[in-house]
Design a protein around this ligand. Structure first.
Ligand code: PLP
Ligand code: ZN
Length: 612
C-alpha cells in the first residue's frame, strides 16, 4: 500500500500567506486571488530520501517522486516524461565565445515539450481528488499534454485554445481525443472561461497552477544532476505564464536545501517584445505587472496578456540578481533556425527565446566566458513548422533525372536563403532592371547562379509582376525564383494561358472568358460561370481541355497564402493536380493578383503533369 497519510506539504498563497486545503482550491488563493505555492516539510522528505539511489539511478522525472505532493502512488499517471538530454553546445558556444553553454532538450518529452512533467503531477492529483473530468485553457502545448495524460487516466479533457493555435498542436490535441474548443480571444480569456467551466461543472481545473509547477521542477533536478551536482551560473528560459521558469528555479533550490549543491543560479527570463509584461515590470524594478490587451508575437506558446505566475518569476529574478530580457520576433526566428542548423535541436519559436536573449546579453558583455549557462529548449519544432517556414526557402522540384540533379548542384540551388522580416520590405526595383542586373541580384541576394533558361523565364515573370504596378521586394524576387525552379523548361509547355477576363458582382455568379494557346500552335477560347472569379476561370479552362481533347486532370488541392510585406501584399498560390493515372504535380506562383497567381500555378502544374 502506498497510501501515505502524513501531511508533508501545505498549499500557501504567495502574497497573503494564507494556507489552504487541496480539497478547497488547487488554483488560486480563495482570499486574495494570487497564486499558491507548495510548502514542504524538507526534514520529512530528507528522512524518506535514499541519497545513494538518487545519485546513482538514471535520470527521469519519476525518480524524484518524494519531491512531489503526491499521496497515493497507485493513482500515478506517467508517460515516462523527463530524463531529457542536457546538450553541450559546440558551434553556437564558440560563436558567442562561451565555454559552457548547454541546451536542456525538452523536445524529447512524450508530447514534445516540458509540459508533460507538470501534467504528470497534475493529472495524478486530479485522480487523487476524485476528478471525473478536467478542463484546461492553453496556448496549445499544455492542452496537448493534458489531453495525452487524461487519455491514459481515462477521464475526458475539455480544452480551450485561442483560435489560430498552430496546426501541429491542434492535431495532437484532437488525436489524443480531447474535447477541443477554439475561442475567438486570447489565452487569458480562455483561462478565465476555463475557470468558470470548472466551477460550474465541477471539473478539475488544469493549468498554470500550483501542482503543475511541482512536476516541472524536475528540469531543475536533472540539470543539477547532469552538471555533476553543480548549479549553473545562469538559468535562461522563456516566460509565458512564468510557471516553468519559477518551477525550475524551485527545483534547483530544493537541490540546495537538500544539500546536493552549495549555490544557486541567476534567473534570466526572456519574453518577446509583443508579450513583455514581466520585462516591463523588471525595467521599473517593480513587482507590479500591467496586462497587455492583445499579445502579438510569433512565439505563440508565450503569447500571454497577464502571466499567472509573473509574481513568482519577478521575485526569483530579484532574489537571484537575474534579469528579464525582451527580443524581437525576427531575432527569435533567427535563433530558432540557428539551434536547428548549428546544434540539431529543432524547436518551436518560443523555445528559441532563451538563445535570442542570451545573444543580446553576450553582446552587452553581461556573461563571462566560463559561466555555465543553461538554456531551456522548451518544445519541438514539429508543433509549429508553419512559422519556421516563413523564413526558410521553398525547395526546388525536379523530374527524376540525373541531369536535373546536376543542374541543382551546378546552380547551387541548395544555397538559396530564406528572407527575414527586414529584408521582406526592402524594395529592390520599381521596374524590370534587365537580364544582367537580374542575374547579379539573384546571385548577390539569393546566393545562387541560375542558368540562361531560368534567367529568360525570370525576366518574363518579373515583367508580368511589374505590369500589376507593384514594387518588387526581396521576398517577392525570392518567391518568383522559387516558383520558376519548380517549372519544366519552356520547350515542353503544352498549354499557355494567353489572357483572361472575368466579371464578378456581389449577387451574381462570376463569368469568365479564358484564351489558351496549345503547343504554341493554336488558340482556344472557353467561357464559364463559377461561384467566384477563380472558380469561373478554372471552369472555363476545364471547358477548353474537354473541347480540345487535352489531358484530363483533377484539382486536388488549392492553397492561397498572403505574404504581407509593408503596405503591399503578394499572393502565393499552390495548386495540386492529378491525372487519370494518379500522377500528381504541384504548380506554384506568386503575384500581387490572386487570379493571376492562380492561373499561373495551374498552367505550371498542368505542364508538369503533362510531361509525366
Ligand atoms: C508553455 C510554454 C512556455 C512557457 O512556459 P510558462 O510556464 O507558461 O512560462 C514556453 N515555451 C513553450 C514551448 C511552452 O509550451
Ligand atoms: Zn492570498
Amino acid at each position: 500500500m502506498s497510501k501515505n497519510n502524513q501531511e508533508f506539504y501545505k498549499l500557501r498563497c504567495i502574497k497573503c500567506g494564507k494556507i489552504f486545503k487541496e480539497e478547497d482550491t488547487t488554483s488560486n488563493c480563495l482570499f486574495c486571488g494570487n497564486p499558491l505555492d507548495v510548502k514542504y516539510d524538507y526534514d520529512y522528505i530528507k528522512s524518506r530520501l535514499n541519497f545513494y539511489a538518487l545519485k546513482n539511478a538514471p535520470i527521469s522525472a519519476a525518480k524524484y517522486l518524494s519531491l512531489y505532493p503526491i499521496n497515493d502512488l497507485s493513482k500515478l499517471v506517467s508517460l515516462d516524461e523527463g530524463g531529457t538530454p542536457l546538450r553541450k553546445s559546440k558551434k553556437i558556444a564558440k560563436k558567442l565565445g562561451l565555454n559552457n553553454l548547454y541546451f536542456k532538450d525538452e523536445t524529447l518529452n512524450p508530447t514534445g515539450g516540458f509540459k508533460d512533467r507538470g501534467t504528470m503531477v497534475e493529472i495524478t492529483k486530479a485522480l487523487e481528488l476524485g476528478a471525473k473530468a478536467v478542463v484546461v485553457a492553453s496556448a496549445g502545448n499544455m492542452a496537448a499534454s493534458v489531453a495525452a495524460y487524461a487519455a491514459q487516466a481515462e477521464i475526458p479533457a475539455y480544452v480551450l485554445v485561442p483560435e489560430g493555435t498552430p496546426i501541429g498542436k491542434l492535431a495532437q490535441i484532437l488525436a489524443y481525443g480531447a474535447r477541443l474548443i477554439q475561442v475567438r480571444g486570447t489565452y487569458s480569456e480562455c483561462a478565465k472561461l476555463a475557470e468558470e467551466i470548472a466551477k460550474k461543472h465541477n471539473f478539475y481545473l488544469a493549468g498554470d497552477y500550483v501542482f503543475r509547477g511541482e512536476g516541472q521542477k524536475s528540469q531543475g533536478f536533472e540539470i543539477v544532476e547532469q552538471l555533476f551536482w553543480r548549479s549553473p551560473d545562469y538559468l535562461i528560459a522563456p516566460i509565458g505564464c512564468g510557471t516553468n521558469i519559477a518551477a525550475i528555479y524551485k527545483g534547483i533550490k530544493e537541490m540546495y536545501k537538500l544539500g546536493f549543491i552549495n549555490r544557486l543560479p541567476k534567473v534570466i527570463g526572456v519574453q518577446p517584445e509583443g508579450a513583455n509584461v514581466v520585462v516591463e515590470a523588471f525595467k521599473k524594478k517593480s513587482r507590479k505587472m500591467k496586462a497587455i490587451e492583445k499579445p502579438n508575437t510569433v512565439s505563440s506558446a508565450v503569447a500571454v496578456s497577464y502571466p499567472l505566475d509573473g509574481l513568482k518569476v519577478l521575485s526569483d529574478i530579484y532574489e537571484s540578481k537575474g534579469m528579464a530580457v525582451e527580443v524581437t520576433d525576427e531575432e527569435t526566428l533567427i535563433a530558432e533556425k540557428e539551434m536547428a542548423k548549428e546544434e540539431s535541436i529543432y524547436v518551436e519559436p518560443a523555445s528559441a527565446l532563451p538563445l535570442a536573449g542570451l545573444e543580446k546579453l553576450v553582446k552587452k558583455n553581461k556573461i563571462k566566458k566560463d559561466d555555465v549557462v543553461v538554456c531551456i529548449a522548451t518544445a519541438s519544432g514539429l508543433k509549429d513548422p508553419v512559422t519556421m517556414l516563413r523564413i526558410l526557402p521553398s525547395p526546388p522540384s525536379i523530374e527524376p533525372k540525373m541531369d536535373e540533379v546536376d543542374k541543382f548542384l551546378k546552380m547551387k540551388l541548395y544555397n538559396i536563403q530564406g528572407t527575414v522580416e527586414k529584408d521582406k520590405v526592402k524594395v529592390l526595383w520599381k521596374k524590370n532592371p534587365g537580364r544582367k542586373q537580374l542575374l547579379q541580384t539573384v546571385k548577390k541576394q539569393l546566393n545562387i547562379n541560375i542558368d540562361k533558361d531560368y534567367l529568360n523565364i525570370l525576366y518574363e515573370e518579373v515583367d508580368k509582376f511589374f505590369m500589376k504596378g507593384k514594387k518588387m521586394a526581396k521576398s517577392d524576387l525570392q518567391h518568383i525564383v522559387e516558383d520558376i525552379l519548380k517549372m519544366v523548361p519552356d520547350s515542353k509547355k503544352i498549354i499557355k494561358i494567353e489572357d483572361f477576363q472575368v466579371n464578378t458582382s456581389k449577387n451574381k455568379k462570376a463569368q469568365a472568358e479564358v484564351i489558351i494557346s496549345i503547343k504554341g500552335r493554336k488558340t482556344s477560347t472557353g467561357n464559364a460561370k463559377g461561384v467566384g472569379p477563380v472558380d469561373a476561370i478554372m471552369n472555363a479552362v476545364k471547358k477548353i481541355v474537354v473541347k480540345e481533347n487535352l489531358m484530363k486532370y483533377w484539382l486536388t488541392d488549392y492553397d492561397v497564402k498572403i505574404d504581407q510585406s509593408g503596405t503591399d501584399a503578394t499572393v502565393e498560390v499552390s495548386m495540386e493536380l492529378k491525372d487519370g493515372k494518379d500522377n500528381k504535380a504541384i504548380g506554384t506562383a506568386t503575384s500581387p493578383d490572386v487570379i493571376v497567381a492562380s492561373i499561373e500555378a495551374f498552367e505550371r502544374g498542368y505542364n508538369v503533369l503533362y510531361n509525366k
